[in-house]
Write a protein that binds this ligand. Sequence first.
Ligand code: MIC
Ligand code: SF4
Length: 644
Amino acid sequence: MGMNLVQKIFSEHLVEGKCEKGEPVSIKIDQILTQDATGTMAWLQFEAIGIPKVKTEVAVSYIDHNMLQTNFRNPDDHKFLQTSAAKFGAWFSRPGNGICHQVHLERFAIPGKTHLGSDSHTPTGGGLGMISIGVGGIDIATTMAGVPFECGMPEVVGIHLTGELNRPWVAAMDVILELLRQLTVKGGVGRVMEYYGPGVETLSVPERATITNMGAELGATTSIFPSDDRTKFFMEAQGRGSDWKELKADPDAEYDLVIEINLSELEPLVAQPHNPDNVVKIKDIAGLKVDQVCVGSCTNSSYQVMSGVGEILDGEAIHPDLSMTVTPGTKQVFEMMGQNGDLTKIIGAGARILESACGPCIGMGQAPPSGGVSIRSFNRNFKGRSGTVDAKVYLCNPFVASAMALRGEIFDPTKTDMTFEIKPEPNSFLINDNFLISPPEDASDVEIVKGPNIKEIPLNDPLADEITAPVILKTGDNISTDDILPAGSEVLPLRSNIPAIAEYVYARLDNTFATRAKEAGKSIIVGANNYGQGSSREHAAMAPMFLGVKAVISKNFARIHRANLVNFGILPLTFDDPADYDRIDQEDTLTILNVNESLNNGGKFTVRNGRTGDEFTASGVFSERAKKILSSGGLLPYLKATLK
Ligand code: MIC
Ligand code: SF4
């Protein structure tokens, strides 16, 4: 039987295990990406492991999230990241160079390589034929220390593309919105989405990257496209043609599930508040007044996206009742827009141009007005993420978003005579890498600079044999890591200071959480479906650990957050009978019995509710390594003991 692309790349990188669905596998990792908001911890953890130099082929430390230098904190983090990159042998992408995933696609991604990033949208690299996976910072630190990456061999879903995006106003974003509509934010859990079929060659690399980027919203481990002539064209235009190789699934490859998408039949879609899978056709919600439009983010900020936006805004004026921001994804795109006139068109229409960074996507400025409607070409619309708790964020493709900026309301431009054209893919990009600093040959003189914002990493205790603790919080479905630990301009600068950031845990849902947790000393969280969706931020595990959270019992978990809980010694258990969730009240005291024995013998845990006296079971099935990590109290204590 032939192999699909995922099986091919996994087999080529296999260190241990079998590439069969569900089997534990360890693979060698070739490339690493960190970004500043998760990177400070990743690099502190790498330093704590005590390995002198990064062992992967490539490691790049990007600064793109935390860009508002409102006091010493961000610049301290930036200095720390720059000096630690130099010390440990990583490239450093200076603030202003662009959003990590887009810069990585332009300058580093290579088909057939494996790639981990401390950011959930790392799968953007799948647009260029890499296996690119988002993980927590400490998994990055471990991988940089040369430890292979361990995971369960995912199921591979084949997305068979036919037709082409030839309807006006339909764009790559609509492909992934359609998949989110069909599969929901849980539909990709434990799966890789592999694109194939005749529709593939009609999509450019940046369009493919939009689709794989937002595969993260499906909960998928990653998403991948083949590497073909379009990939070659893009890489040659980036001056990296020699890194190209062809990669595709065998003709008789099999998939665990096949989904058909005819690109020619798609319509412009929109995800309504407050989840990316709340997708409808734009025409179904036409008429709603819009207060803000933001185009950009790692999902939609390429040269061609910007050229379309430039065309739509050319000679027009933004509606007086709204504000529009446009963010070129990278310095390369920004410079080229300066040269080709798109910048003038966009500024001329009255849009606000932001520096190449995450910006409004992560609540770093441009919060919408109270109760406002914000249309964004981004990938996430969780409640409060924009910085305004009662704002309503809608996600759609960048072209319809730009049209709405002119009209001031949601409408379907396919029903009008508005038209625009996108510039052809350039056959050579403007290459100027002066914002990328290569690691020095000899780093012996480099001093790592740690300003007062950089605090020690807190450590957990080894797993106790019995955990008795109150239920400090009982949540509903789809809790995102933005709910657990918000980002935004107030909180992001505290990413390298766990005691300070811990004050914000669950602050948006319940601002007494941190105080109550500290008073309780030890606590348990009860969650429902898809607990911990969204970001890879390990702070959403580390800060609760710091506050004494010992276990999370939930109906099920999002992949990266579950791994982060394990990495910080918090026991993630799932209800065997989901109805037991209803039998627990917040503030009940639960006792998890025989913890270590249950962990090592089948993973079935008995839990007693002190209020009712009832007992129920919850499961936690872990790999041998994860068991050891949990009993040591987390990955760092485990590594310190084993890597000596
Ligand atoms: C996000 O989009 O939520 C982030 C901010 O990029 C996160 C990483 C972080 O929290 O630092 C992600 O997607 O992993
Ligand atoms: Fe940055 Fe937003 Fe992309 Fe996260 S989703 S990496 S915050 S642009």
